[in-house]
Design a protein around this ligand. Structure first.
Ligand code: UDX
Length: 434
């Protein structure tokens, strides 16, 4: 099939590349000329395993094209995916400016009957609004169908998620449209019945609810972790105890220093906003968000309990800045809250992350932060180590190296990856809920 994907952010770039990998001809369009020029050369704006190789290979096979020319792309495609960003506005609502600008641009250049599919996470009703904008502004007499096809990929394993989806949600009221999208996705789910068909609005809602449910599991466990600490129970044991119940499952019940990323924080707030706009005050969702915000401060509370509120003579080593391993993304990362608070209290910081230093510097670049090029360099003369992101390289500890380099043998483990056994070696270990 011939496809256009508008927006070369995380979702657009990964899905466009995966469509090409399956043998489709894909035009990826973006207004950012530098980005498009770089992509043509195989230079990827984000760190995502396997993506660069696939972008290069599929361009070489003439399956994948990058362009800023929307007309050229649309003239060559029958299905158009909208995958532009839907950031959070200051009031917590979803900013749909990019989606509506794209709808207007499509209206200006579209010259044949097409199917427009929203991949971006958009509030219920946006798909119909896109159709209205195109129909009201189109310059040529063409027929537009719309569908919602939300994306569920996780950063760090985006290619795997995209090529082997758990499910393909197709939101449309039109059987013909449903069949076209089914044909497009069949190679992704070969031999498995993973299609779920529904109306457009329910598909739009499904994306928010999936993220909100996962975020709820995490905030729930973080709250349980805090209760465990007060009562002397261990949240790690409790996690195993409840996860063994198949109805609950082991996934997304890891307590830690809070969830981050471009989806959970934004989508929980977005769903709250939609709900309030419609006159319903959501109680659970509001608490999911609130618990997460306070959870990002739990490490700080432990540091203050240990060192007192004034941290001005202290240096902290930080391992991990990305919101999770295998990505350079720091959007809404707990590291931002933790580092800001440490700096506010006068501390000095030595931080290491194999991929996220440059992206972090765009958020916070302070003279009191020394970014190091190895995990051990970050420890030199630090008064404690704070583990924020559980990259694999942090999992096994060289205790001799830690003892030699740290001023004090103290570890704040924000992801519960270390064993209590290190206390036998004279380390003080502070964890979440245990
Ligand atoms: C999420 C959804 O999983 C994905 O389906 C959707 O398309 C986009 O949003 P992503 O943001 O890439 O994906 O990351 P994910 O792996 O879901 O983790 C989100 C956050 O939750 C991370 O900060 C992670 O550290 C945290 N987390 C996850 C926990 O704190 N505990 C857990 O048990 C699981």
């Amino acid at each position: 099939m011939n496809l256009t994907v508008i927006g070369t952010g995380y979702v657009g770039l990964v899905t466009g590349t995966c469509f090409a990998e399956m043998g489709n001809k894909v035009y990826c369009v973006d207004i950012d000329e530098d980005k498009i020029e770089n992509l043509k050369k195989g230079i990827i704006p984000i760190y995502e395993p396997h993506l660069a190789t696939m972008v290069i290979d599929n361009q070489a096979k003439n399956n994948l094209f990058f362009t800023t020319d929307l007309k050229e792309a649309l003239d060559n495609s029958n299905i158009i995916f909208i995958a532009v960003g839907t950031p959070q506005a200051d009031d917590g609502s979803v900013n749909l400016d990019f989606v509506y600008v794209v709808a207007n641009q499509i209206a200006e250049v579209i010259s044949k009957d097409s199917l427009i599919v929203t991949k971006s996470t958009v509030p219920v009703g946006t798909g119909f609004e896109v159709k209205k904008i195109i129909n009201e502004n189109k310059l040529n007499n063409v027929n537009i169908d719309i569908a919602s096809n939300p994306e569920f990929l996780k950063e760090g394993v985006a290619i795997e998620d995209c090529l082997h989806p758990d499910r393909v949600i197709i939101g449309t009221e039109d059987e013909k449209v449903a069949n076209v999208l089914k044909e497009l996705y069949e190679p992704f789910v070969a031999n498995h019945d993973r299609f779920i068909f529904m109306d457009v609005k329910s598909a739009e809602m499904t994306k928010y609810v999936a993220n909100a449910m996962l975020a709820t599991k995490i905030s729930f466990m973080n709250e349980i972790a805090n209760i465990c600490e007060k009562t002397g129970a261990n949240v790690q044991s409790v996690r195993l105890g409840i996860g063994s119940d198949k109805r609950i499952g082991y996934k997304f019940i890891y307590a830690g220093c809070g969830y981050g990323g471009s989806c959970f924080p934004k989508d929980v707030k977005g769903l709250i906003n939609t709900s309030v706009e419609k006159g319903y005050i959501p109680r659970i969702l509001s608490m999911v968000d609130e618990v997460n915000e306070t959870q990002k401060m739990v490490i700080i509370d432990k540091i203050i309990n240990r060192f007192g509120p004034d941290l001005s003579d202290l240096t902290f080593a930080i391992w991990g800045l990305a919101f999770k391993p295998q990505t350079d993304d720091v959007r809404c990362a707990p590291s931002i809250t933790i580092v800001s608070e440490l700096l506010k209290r006068g501390a000095k910081i030595k931080a290491y992350d194999s991929k996220a230093i440059e992206t972090f510097k765009r958020e916070i670049d302070d003279e009191n932060i020394d970014f190091t090029s190895s995990k051990y360099d970050a420890l030199d003369n630090a008064d404690a180590l704070i583990l924020i992101t559980e990259w694999k390289e942090f999992r096994s500890l060289d205790l001799d190296e830690l003892s030699k380099r740290l001023n004090q043998k103290i570890i704040f483990d924000g992801r519960n990856i270390y064993s209590k056994r290190i206390e036998d070696e004279g380390f003080e270990l502070f964890q979440i809920g245990c």
